[in-house]
Design a protein. Structure first.
Length: 250
């Protein structure tokens, strides 16, 4: 069954989920955007370089997955998918995401890992319902302060970027449990990280960290602090090494 036949059948059956993964698709046919009942669309492992502006016609989409393609840019119209909850764009060639994506306030899981992102728009601070955010393996040199507004985020993956610092505002994320930022150029851990309320794992391997702040001992929920392959100077603070229930890896 070719692509157009798949779409025609989906339209006739008024399906809510359509999987067009691994179909060697280079261009999305206009017929696809007539499937107004669609709530889930999978386009993984194709040859897409872009998504057309017409993607916004799929007003009922809740899950959109376009991983493992060749996407180089995203249309501004993507922000009109107001019901979108899960957005998967990993393993593409994106260097930026539009400021307008901040309007997708119902997002819960976002994966933009393994792209070529150079920066992030301040508007991602509007993603207050996101619980998992994967941004690892990009080219990010900074994280916007607004990310601290993601009050429901529990897992944040920033590994293998070009980050030289992390904003102190991250400690405002009361539900964050896992923060991974290994393989960057981080020189320090913000003092404010001691005020995380639910952080369990702080993984900062392969950075340029020389000292760990004693304030981290104030993070009552912290169970794992990993600082492997950092140029640590001297001993870690006794408040950390003597903290009950904390495993430190260096």
């Amino acid at each position: 069954m070719n692509i157009l036949e798949c779409i025609a059948k989906a339209k006739a059956d008024k399906v809510k989920s359509l999987d067009l993964s691994d179909k060697h698709i280079r261009l999305l046919p206009p017929e696809l955007f007539e499937l107004e009942s669609l709530e889930e669309l999978k386009l993984d492992e194709n040859l897409l370089v872009e998504l057309p502006e017409e993607i916004c016609q799929l007003k009922n989409l809740r899950n959109l997955s376009v991983s493992e393609n060749d996407l180089m840019m995203l249309p501004d119209s993507l922000c009109e998918l107001s019901k979108l909850e899960n957005l998967y764009l990993g393993y593409n060639s994106l260097s930026e995401i539009p400021e307008t994506l901040g309007k997708l306030i119902h997002l819960q899981k976002v994966n933009i890992a393994r792209n070529q992102l150079l920066d992030l728009p301040d508007s991602i601070g509007n993603w207050v319902n996101v619980t998992k955010l994967s941004l690892h393996d990009n080219m990010l040199s900074a994280i916007p302060e607004t990310m601290g507004k993601l009050c429901n985020l529990s897992k944040l993956y920033l590994d293998n970027n070009d980050l030289v610092s992390l904003p102190s505002s991250l400690s405002q994320m009361d539900k964050l449990e896992i923060l991974m930022a290994s393989g960057n150029k981080l020189a320090a851990i913000p003092e404010s990280f001691g005020s995380f309320r639910n952080l369990r794992e702080l993984i900062l391997d392969e950075n340029e960290i020389e000292y760990a702040p004693a304030s981290l001992a104030d993070c009552k929920t912290l169970q794992i602090l990993s600082l492997v392959s950092n140029p640590l100077v001297g001993d870690l603070p006794k408040s950390l090494t003597g903290k009950p229930g904390l495993r430190i890896e260096t």
